[in-house]
Design a protein around this ligand. Structure first.
Ligand code: 5GP
Length: 197
């Protein structure tokens, strides 16, 4: 998505070779218009799949799931993150390891909001190690629902997330794919290097 790529160059900041800061427009302060266009882009990519529900993880996936669900005319559900590993019968849960926080947490979704008849699209802000998204795919499998694919707003292609998901047979669509980066420089997949300020 050209507009997103241009915005990353303008307002994003590579803090290191692995961490991209986009909190000026994607995941702290949020550009609402861009978010709705992102939702439309995911809806266009997956419309033929007859999606019945969009899934994400709180908190930074919620606005993208909302925009996508609105464009598709379906509901969205966000998995809640819990530190406590108290499993209850009425939720689907999966463990996730956070590399940024260096801790395990549990994501869960109430069973009543994910049935075996659903055709699910998973959406999130970043595809990095894929830990959070793989957790969500486990929940979809536990529910016996059909996963149509995963949509990531920003993919760091040099990390293992895409590979993990594709190995599991999951269709992955990312709107901006970063091949490599370092402070002052961001390289996208299949484009020429672009220098930032
Ligand atoms: P995962 O490693 O499970 O693919 O990513 C988990 C979450 O970490 C993402 O949904 C995102 O919120 C956050 N994250 C991962 N990499 C980055 C990054 O480079 N920048 C920012 N701002 N968040 C990231």
């Amino acid at each position: 998505m050209k507009e997103l790529q241009e915005r990353i160059i303008r307002d994003g900041r590579a803090l290191s070779e692995t961490v991209l800061k986009v909190d000026a427009f994607l995941n702290h302060q949020v550009d609402a218009e861009l978010t709705m266009k992102i939702g439309q882009a995911f809806a266009d990519l997956f419309r033929s799949e007859k999606v019945t529900k969009v899934l994400t993880v709180e908190a930074s996936g919620i606005h993208f799931a909302l925009a996508t669900a609105y464009a598709l005319g379906v509901p969205f559900v966000y998995a809640k993150k819990k530190k406590a590993v108290t499993l209850s019968d009425d939720v689907y849960s999966a463990p996730v390891y956070s590399f940024t926080r260096k801790e395990n947490y549990q994501i869960s979704i109430a069973k009543q909001y994910l049935s075996a008849e659903e055709r699910v699209l998973i959406v999130d802000d970043f595809l990095a190690t894929g830990a959070a998204l793989v957790g969500l795919t486990q929940i979809v499998a536990d529910a016996g629902a059909h996963l149509v694919g995963v949509g990531a707003v920003v993919e760091k292609s040099f990390q293992e997330g895409r590979g993990l998901l594709e190995k599991a047979g999951v269709r992955v669509e990312s709107l901006a794919r970063i091949k490599s980066m370092k402070p002052g420089e961001i390289h996208f997949v299949e484009t020429t290097p672009v220098h930032t300020s």
